[in-house]
Design a protein around this ligand. Structure first.
Ligand code: NAP
Length: 461
């Protein structure tokens, strides 16, 4: 398969290729058999970064790098689904922070991942391209399946989680996240969801929740599954009723699901945000204990070092809110700026569960507070197959709701990613791919009616 890299004949949002428009028509009005009979376009539009642009931001500090310069909508060749794979017509996708990392080429460009994957040979070799189609969430319709796929057929309405594993090593047989060939689809593999078509392993597919529109259904997969493993799973903190759970970034992608999972467990979220608007949004979800870190002037990292005085002030503030109690669990992801405070404020025997380091990978904490108070730090990454399925089941039953705040057309994907990079968003930022407008794809209006307000909660923000 050669690499064509021309701009799409037309971007999403303007007149598109006839085949693509036909496809949308067939998905919207046709039967599954019609979808299976519809010809697969030879190429499709995808949001890509380019291998020959990885030096684009050299010398530019990461916070100042603008994804609108590095993300391009390009026409790329459609890959044939290999054994155990599926080609999906993507109705909608979502921005994740990994798309920010890819688009600003930090901490490294993602082409090294693709080259390494391709070295496996066979079908994996297709992933090494001079372009990387990004995106680790989707909601859409199965267009074709490869050999050996039995559960899924053309026409099935699906969402995809982002765990790509080979499962050839016993290391991953108990917990698929421990597979040595574990990759995040659309970040460490090619052909991601921010596109008109996407290639996934069929094991990534899960039923699309019928009460949600395409863009709502695409919003949750990555962050909801990650928060589920961190907080609920036995691989994470296994929160229980009454636990105090400190949640950084409670109105952000991960945090907005962590708040819901904590409340569902009968535990008590202690929510940290950075504006009155976010504080209000979280309070309106039922969280009573909220700290606005900006309004209260918390600065845990100053002049290149942590500030233990701020940890103590923060711990005192938490006790003021809880009536003297410390967090049983800290939901960590900001990293360098907050980690010292997280270790300090966790209660004796408490757990700090971390999945990221947005503000810096090298963490500084005072180890005396860890060992003498018998705390533990748990590393967590996405979710295994089973956890991702269980997390999606909660969405499908209306027990966890998408926190979509806005949806951009695919043509504006750079602006969508920039909003997340600049921390201007709340909840999740969606991207309409083949979906011609918002609000389409609902097949269970009754369940939707029961949860309409909660589904729209972040929209009103
Ligand atoms: P997000 O939507 O941008 O939310 C992150 C939140 O962090 C923001 O809403 C912000 O809230 C808070 N924050 C930012 N800077 C902060 C600071 N200096 N101190 C305290 N809080 C700060 O991103 P996300 O989707 O939740 O992802 C967060 C991180 O987790 C990213 O690094 C991402 O790559 C990582 N992640 C990892 C996995 C995994 O599987 N390992 C999965 C998902 C995400 P306020 O400004 O309101 O405080």
């Amino acid at each position: 398969m050669g690499a064509t890299l021309r701009p799409p004949c037309a971007g999403a949002g303007s007149a598109r290729e006839p085949l693509v428009d036909d496809l949308v028509e067939v998905i919207t009005a046709g039967t599954p058999a019609d979808v299976g009979a519809h010809p697969v376009p030879e190429s499709y539009a995808g949001a890509v970064v380019l291998a020959d642009e990885v030096g684009l931001f050299d010398g530019v500090p990461v916070p100042e790098r603008d994804p609108r310069r590095s993300l391009h909508l390009r026409e790329v060749e459609t890959p044939e689904p290999g054994p155990g794979e599926a080609l999906v017509a993507v109705m909608s996708a979502a921005v994740n922070y990994n798309t920010v990392w890819s688009a600003v080429f930090a901490p490294l460009d993602t082409f090294g991942f693709l080259r390494r994957y391709a070295r496996r040979g066979g079908f994996a070799a297709r992933h090494d391209r001079p372009y990387h189609v990004l995106g680790s969430d989707l909601a859409g319709v199965v267009l074709r399946v490869g050999p050996g796929v039995g559960r899924w057929q053309p026409g099935d309405r699906v969402v995809a989680h982002c765990l790509s594993v080979e499962l050839e090593s016993p290391d991953g047989h108990g917990d698929t996240m421990l597979d040595p060939e574990q990759r995040i689809w659309g970040y460490e593999t090619n052909f991601g969801g921010l596109a008109h078509l996407a290639l996934v392993k069929s094991n990534q597919l899960m039923p699309k929740p019928g009460h949600l529109s395409w863009e709502e259904a695409a919003a949750s997969g990555l962050v909801n599954s990650t928060a589920y493993r961190q907080l609920v799973s036995r691989n994470g903190a296994q929160i229980k009723q009454g636990d105090n759970v400190l949640i950084w970034g409670a109105a952000g992608g991960l945090g907005s699901y962590a708040v819901q999972l904590t409340r569902n467990a009968g535990a008590v979220p202690i929510c940290v945000v950075s504006s009155p608007r976010k504080a209000e949004l979280i309070r309106a979800m039922g969280a009573e204990l909220v700290i606005d870190r900006s309004a209260e002037g918390f600065e845990f990292w100053r002049d290149g070092a942590p500030d233990p005085k701020e940890w103590r002030r923060f711990g005192a503030r938490i006790r003021e809110l809880t009536g003297g109690e410390d967090p049983d669990v800290v939901f960590e992801h900001p990293g360098r700026d907050t980690f010292g405070a997280s270790v300090y404020v966790a209660r004796r025997g408490g757990t700090i569960v971390t999945c990221a380091s947005t503000t810096g990978f090298e963490h500084h904490f005072d180890n005396r507070y860890l060992w003498m108070h018998l705390k533990r730090i748990v590393g967590s990454h996405f979710a295994n197959y089973r956890e991702a399925w269980e997390a999606n089941r909660l969405i499908a039953k209306g027990m966890i709701h998408p926190t979509l705040s806005v949806a951009y057309p695919l043509a504006d994907v750079g602006a969508a990613v920039q909003a997340v990079h600049r921390n201007r968003h709340t909840g999740k930022v969606g991207v309409l791919c083949l979906a011609p407008s918002e609000g389409l794809g609902v097949t269970d209006p009754e369940l939707r009616a029961r949860h309409e307000k909660a589904i729209n909660h972040f929209r009103a923000a």
